[in-house]
Design a protein around this ligand. Structure first.
Ligand SMILES: Cc1cc2nc3c(=O)[nH]c(=O)nc-3n(C[C@H](O)[C@H](O)[C@H](O)COP(=O)(O)O)c2cc1C
Length: 504
């Protein structure tokens, strides 16, 4: 009884509410336009978050190197990339706070806002070709992608230029419902590209078309606003058009236009659209390519896109994502976190927040904030998280007084609330990410080594006991800390103390 009272006192003094970072002071979204790429870039520029590189830069490595140097600090716009007069932008959604700002919510409400949009999609509205900025200029013959578009080569061992920020839009051959995803696309030749299709919806569409001996019409939309980029990454059921989530995030139906050469509908405001067809029964070498875990994925025979048309604005902007940098990582992280949070909360309402850590490439390491009521529960949360997505390799569960967006807080919780003999969960031989190089195994007969994706899952219960005596688990705090007004207290200079020091 006494111990329980101690625990309640601890809660009252330390506060059991989430210690997530306080919301930044946001400009009202109405005061700037986050719903178009150009509006968002203008806003970044006006707030010192856009670096213009006017000098010529090479498309091979140099452009990516500069963008990487600015990653998470400023978006980059290159005005003279590789001799093209079409600007290239990169890194315009490379901070969590920027994405929240574009959504018009506080950072703490990011996941909830994304979930609301995914739960309440808004059907798009079709506009005519004449109203669609993305079809102001049409190229339907003699297409040469290298001449038309400034497509960078990013990493040292990449097998050539890659489109990394294209929304690939296709229709389910059976139902006609669209799907949106981002896929890496290697530009092989003037009008031919190879695409990586992991086994998800676009892959399923391609298999259906191929089984019928048909090509699959697709469109690659490049240069869209931050919220449409994010919507493309929603983890939703098949036959769920992610452009409708983009509409919900915008708060208005997304204007779309029919492609010039197919029935695919693309965002009418996109800067550039490449129209084409994934050919049946054709595979060509693609890769190696530097991927999100910061390692290369190997060369393999992949599906091939034959380009039918390129359409764009009169003065288009090309978007490239530097692989494995913050824009790439966050685009995957936020929709996943939103899905993981709802998945965990269905069985464990005490889960208050989740975070895919940057060190875990925003895919493999999940940190869970949890209001534990009974001993053992944190281990159930760990097991639930492993079942939620095969990529999850490590789970750390912490109490609600731990800021899960601060790696030092997680390490502190592990250092002081975790004992490996009783708080560690290990599950061997489970499905993991094939892109995690530590899942590579060597079979004597295989050359090169065989990538298996078999992984050991590790869970750490770093929660304190529900009941404890005295202040053994009471977090130290200094009363009045939060209320200190440094501006009012700290003098403008040290003159008074300097005088005191000099008075011998
Ligand atoms: C920058 C970036 C590159 C990506 N590249 C690929 C890729 O090459 N192949 C792939 O299958 N998924 C890739 N993805 C992940 C998919 O776009 C994502 O899982 C998407 O939600 C899949 O959509 P679907 O489930 O509707 O098919 C990438 C994601 C990002 C953010």
């Amino acid at each position: 009884m006494m111990e329980t009272q101690m625990n309640q006192r601890d809660a009252a003094t330390n506060g059991t509410a989430s210690a997530a970072p306080t919301a930044p002071t946001l400009p009202a979204r109405q005061s700037f336009d986050a719903l178009s790429l150009r509006g968002w870039l203008a806003h970044l520029s006006a707030t010192g978050r856009l670096a213009t590189i006017a000098k010529p830069v090479a498309l091979k490595h140099e452009l990516a190197a500069v963008a990487k140097r600015l990653d998470g600090k400023q978006a980059a716009v290159f005005l003279a990339p590789g001799g093209h007069d079409m600007p290239v932008v990169s890194g315009f959604i490379s901070r969590r706070a920027w994405i929240a700002e574009a959504m018009g919510v506080a950072e703490n409400d990011l996941l909830q806002r994304f979930r609301d949009a995914a739960d309440h999609p808004l059907p798009w509205k079709e506009v005519s070709a004449g109203e669609a900025a993305c079809q102001q200029v049409l190229h339907t013959t003699g297409i040469d992608l290298h001449a038309l578009l400034p497509i960078p080569t990013h990493s040292e061992h990449d097998n050539g230029p890659y489109i990394t920020a294209g929304l690939v839009i296709a229709r389910n051959p059976r139902t006609g419902v669209q799907n949106v995803s981002i896929n890496r696309i290697q530009v092989h030749a003037r009008d031919r590209m190879a695409i990586l299709l992991l086994p998800r919806h676009l892959y399923a569409f391609q298999k259906m078309a191929e089984a019928a001996g048909d090509a699959l019409d697709i469109a690659v939309a490049i240069g869209v606003d931050p919220l449409t980029m994010l919507a493309s990454q929603a983890i939703s059921p098949i036959d769920f058009d992610e452009l409708e989530i983009a509409g919900a995030l915008h708060g208005a139906p997304l204007p779309v236009v029919k492609c010039v050469t197919s029935d695919v509908r693309v965002p009418a405001f996109a800067e550039i659209v490449i129209e084409g067809r994934i050919l049946p029964d054709v595979r060509e070498a693609e890769g190696p390519f530097g991927e999100f875990p910061k390692y290369y994925s190997a060369q393999e025979a992949r599906e091939v896109i034959e380009v039918a048309a390129v359409t764009h604005r009169k003065n288009p902007i090309y978007h490239t994502i530097v692989p494995a940098e913050m824009e790439h990582l966050l685009l995957g992280a936020i929709p996943r976190e939103a899905t993981l949070l709802s998945h965990l909360q269905r069985s464990h309402p005490g889960v208050t927040d989740v975070h895919l850590s940057v060190g875990g490439v925003c895919r493999y390491h999940l940190w869970v904030q949890f209001a534990k009521k009974r001993e053992g529960e944190a281990k159930n949360v760990i097991l639930c998280a492993f079942g939620a997505h095969y990529d999850i390799k490590q789970v750390v569960v912490v109490d609600t007084d731990v800021d899960i967006h601060d790696p030092a807080e997680i390490e502190w919780a592990i250092a002081t609330r975790f004992q490996a003999d009783r708080d560690l969960v290990l599950i061997e031989g489970a499905q993991g990410s094939p892109l995690d190089p530590s899942t590579t195994v060597c079979h004597p007969d295989d050359a090169p080594p065989h990538l298996q994706g078999i992984s050991t899952k590790m869970g750490l219960d770093a929660t304190r006991p529900v009941v404890y005596s005295g202040h053994v688990f009471t977090r130290v705090r200094i009363p009045g800390y939060e209320a200190v007004d440094l501006d009012a207290l700290v003098a403008a200079d040290n003159a008074a103390f300097d005088t005191y020091l000099s008075d011998q």
